[in-house]
Design a protein around this ligand. Sequence first.
Ligand code: TMP
Length: 223
Amino acid sequence: MAAAFITFEGIDGSGKSTQLRMLASELRLRGINVIVTREPGGTSLGARLRAALLDTEEQVDPLAELLLYAADRAQHVRQLVRPAIETGHVVLSDRYADATVAYQGAGRGFPPALIDEVIALATGGLMPDLTLLFDLPVAESLARHKRRADEGDARDRLDAEDEAFHARVRNAYLQIAAADPDRVRVIDATRSIEETHARVLELVMPLIESRGQRSEVSPKSNV
Ligand code: TMP
């Protein structure tokens, strides 16, 4: 039975990870088999790549960074995402290929053709059925980050980028959504957690109902 692959995207502090967890709980309550995963870090190899990629002490060259995200994705798609879809699961991934377009393409400035080629290689052409883009002004994202840092939450390497970097990333995400409105749905992430959750359900349930979920053995997620 066909499954669904749903990805969550947005600039840092957009609340996407909270929304992913809330959606996963709700789907499980409804008896749907869900796999929760993320990039980078959805596999055990990916967890090691994630630690290296987000380490504030590490000087990661931009090309090495691009290729490490691609390596994480290649492992993730082959080891976890495809097998999960093939066994009838709903896969919820906290970030996927659009993040490379936004962060390494618009953020770091790699040419779109190179980014597309690297993504095609890593994904083998697997794209999500639905992408939820949690959109938020950069100033609000930075304010949320500052609050988290004040509460003692550690900042990672990409958090340290300047406002212009995050503005390029946000604009790139909005452009991706404008170019592919059937797949990518923009959600206003300035609303309350509950309002946002309700909007997520409105967007996700028709897809899941159209697929009719049932699954057998669950592949193991690292998250
Ligand atoms: P997270 O904060 O959503 O866990 O993501 C970790 C960081 O990795 C985030 O700052 C965005 C970055 N990232 C990229 O730069 N390129 C990518 O392809 C992915 C998947 C994430």
